[in-house]
Design a protein around this ligand. Structure first.
Ligand code: C2E
Ligand code: CA
Ligand code: CA
Length: 646
């Protein structure tokens, strides 16, 4: 008679129950691999419970007929091996998770299934033959000659797992690598121990330790998941990309950005807004069951797909078709506007950083475009390169003090003289090719260089004004971007500059667009009040472009509004344009706000604008932007020579 100790098994039951409780207690729907893991836990528990039951029936604590004893033991043998096989299949899927070799995974699963069926046949054959175990005439339990066959199957599966791991180790995640370093030696050690000390039941402990190791690796994987949608998060996406790039895989990656999602939040509330994001992830998973979905940003999703057989455009169309139709949540429906960008990686050398940069840039282009998806290739790649070159040119130019400030004189219609000027930044390539500020200013804002640039302009303007060479100018205006305007250092810095150069605050004017002002109206108003009380005046720039509205001009203390040159395109020929401009001028004057007309390019415009009472004129017809030395000469000559006729 064999004596058995059950204490280890009982402890294992408690651990397994805790694991089951914990892995069921997540709020997201379980993924396929979570379901397989939960099946492993269930089979592990069954196997241990059956084992204990069999111990009692064998030693006679629970008296059962011989046939039932045979049945229970056969079931125990089979369930134990089935559990090991499910776990092996699960491990194969984790090892091959990033290799995207469906065929290899299928082969591995068939291999495990064949082994399991073979063992099932052995269990059946055991009933007449007793090769695994048998009961003698007195009902005593005996081990058969192939009693350790189950261990043999386990050993073969383990060996196959190790081989599979070694073959795909480059694309195996770090967590999985840890599992593969720990699990096989531990299992082998415990099996040896079990064979040496058969009276201590260790099968349950082996199973439980395997489950525990997997659980720990599972847990850490959750750090890579997005808590709202249950799909991978940005970190998970990065990890996934780095594994694929390391093993030089070919794949397609699609980025989907939802447009104006704040409207959805406003319309349905944040809770339903979240539900729409959750639904977006599910839709993408449903459209591409073989792909992997990640929540890349707040309202951006990334899709990793196998390399397409064609050019991959059909996949983009599939997403567009789906998102043109409304998503339904209960009784609520919404059409989410999606913008798409994609990239085909054919195993070229990319780093994760460069790949993400390319994708984000392409999505940015798609967001600004007409709704067509943007693929990162050809033109997009060139544009990104140009941006990168520009940022490095700006850095270098800042260091080498190669930025220049030019001035565009502004005509004062009442005084009949150029009494003001706008400071405009200038940058050229080392070859002397000029680069438009309309191109480099937004880039400087994105790359954080705008601060240095703005302080450079401020310093230059103050130096110019204090030098006495442009005494004809009552003031010079500078443009401030969003970042400076909300910079807590702005007010002290301006104050310091005015003091250092002994200037009156009225000599410096600040131009901001409504885009700057609207960022944080409360803070903008506070900063403007502070500077206004010092005597600095403000211009509302680019009035009449997409960013302007009247309430901004009314609510904030602007002394002057600059009508954008786009308003002058049909002026003064078109009567509607005349009505608009004249109406605006009258309205602003009513509000005690002065008006500058920008982009005056013809004498006819200058005449008509002067006639309707516009206070200031700025444009190529009157004066182009010019360097400091040219400005000094220009002002001197303009004073002496015939003034422009307005
Ligand atoms: P903005 O503030 O609207 O500046 C006026 C722009 O109109 C200047 O372009 C000027 O050269 C151009 N302009 C002047 N007269 C005419 C005209 O008669 N016809 C036409 N078609 N254009 C005219 P620029 O210098 O290329 O600057 C473009 C934009 O870059 C500026 O628009 C401003 O938003 C930004 N910028 C320039 N310098 C700075 C700066 O120092 N800081 C910041 N934050 N932005 C700046
Ligand atoms: Ca301006
Ligand atoms: Ca402007």
């Amino acid at each position: 008679m064999i004596r058995w100790s059950l204490s280890a098994e009982l402890l294992c039951i408690i651990i397994l129950m805790l694991l089951m409780f914990s892995s069921h207690g997540q709020k997201q729907a379980p993924t396929r691999s979570q379901r397989v893991y939960q099946t492993c836990l269930l089979l592990s528990l069954d196997s241990i419970l059956l084992n204990i039951l069999c111990v009692f029936t064998i030693v006679g604590t629970i008296a059962v007929p011989l046939w039932l004893n045979v049945l229970l033991n056969s079931l125990y043998f089979f369930i134990s091996v089935l559990m090991c096989s499910v776990m092996a299949a699960y491990l194969f899927s984790l090892i091959l998770e990033h290799a995207y070799s469906d065929q290899t995974l299928r082969r591995a699963i068939v291999f495990v299934a064949v082994l399991t069926l073979f063992f099932a046949a052995a269990v059946l054959w055991n009933i007449p033959s007793g090769i695994l175990f048998f009961f003698d005439e007195q009902g005593a339990y005996h081990r058969g000659p192939l009693n350790a066959l189950g261990y043999g199957i386990l050993a073969v599966e383990l060996a196959a797992l190790v081989v599979c791991y070694l073959l795909h180790r480059q694309s195996v995640s770090r967590n999985m690598a840890h599992v593969m370093h720990a699990l096989p030696p531990l299992v082998v050690l415990m099996i040896v121990f079990q064979r040496l000390y058969p009276e201590i039941l260790l099968n349950g402990a082996i199973i439980t330790i395997a489950d525990l190791i997997l659980y720990i690796s599972f847990q850490s994987r959750r750090l890579d998941l997005d808590s709202l949608t249950g799909v991978g998060n940005r970190k998970g996406f990065r990890n996934e990309l780095s594994l694929r790039l390391a093993s030089r895989q070919r794949f397609q990656v699609i980025l989907l950005g939802l447009q104006q999602f704040s409207d959805i939040n406003r319309r349905f509330g944040h809770q339903l807004g979240d539900a729409f994001l959750y639904e977006t992830a599910r839709q993408l998973e449903r459209l591409f069951p073989r792909g992997r979905v990640f929540r890349f940003g707040n309202v951006e999703f990334a899709l990793l797909l196998p390399y397409p057989d064609d050019d991959g455009a059909a996949r983009l169309q599939t997403i567009r078709d789906r998102f043109e139709k409304p998503l339904t949540l209960g009784t609520d429906q919404a059409v989410l506007t999606a913008r798409l960008a994609d990239l085909l990686c054919a195993g070229e050398h990319w780093t994760v950083g460069r790949l993400l940069e390319a994708l984000e840039y392409s999505l940015d282009l798609a967001r600004k475009g007409d709704g067509e998806p943007v693929r990162f290739q050809g033109q997009a790649a060139q544009m990104l390169q140009r941006r990168k070159d520009l940022v490095s040119l700006m850095r270098q130019s800042l260091q080498e003090r190669r930025f220049r400030v030019w001035y565009q004189p502004v005509w004062n219609t009442a005084a009949g003289a150029f009494t003001s000027a706008e400071a405009l930044l200038r940058l050229s390539t080392p070859e002397g090719e000029p680069i438009s500020p309309a191109e480099f200013i937004p880039l400087a804002e994105e790359s954080g260089l705008i601060n240095d640039l703005s302080w450079l302009v401020l310093e230059e303007v103050c130096r110019l004004l204090s030098g006495g060479t442009v005494s004809a100018l009552e003031s010079v205006s500078i443009n401030l971007s969003m970042q400076q305007f909300l910079d807590p250092d702005l007010v002290p810095r301006l104050r310091r500059c005015l003091e250092t150069y002994a200037l009156s605050p009225t000599q410096l004017k600040i131009e901001i667009t409504e885009r700057v002002a609207a960022q944080d109206i409360g803070r903008t108003a506070a900063v403007m009040d502070q500077l206004s009380s010092m005597g600095i005046h403000f211009y509302l720039d680019d009035f009449g472009t997409g960013w302007s509205n009247l309430s901004c001009a009314l609510d904030l203390p602007f002394q002057c509004v600059k009508l954008d040159h786009s308003l002058l395109s049909a002026y003064p020929a078109s009567s509607r344009s005349r009505q608009l401009i004249h109406g605006l001028v009258a309205l602003f004057h009513e509000l005690d706000v002065a008006v500058v007309a920008e982009g005056v390019e013809t004498q006819a415009q200058a005449d008509a604008l002067g006639g309707c009472g516009v206070d200031w004129l700025q444009g190529y017809h009157l004066a182009r932007p010019m360097p400091e030395e040219a400005l000094v000469t220009f002002l001197n000559t303009a004073e002496k020579e015939a003034l422009p006729r307005v």
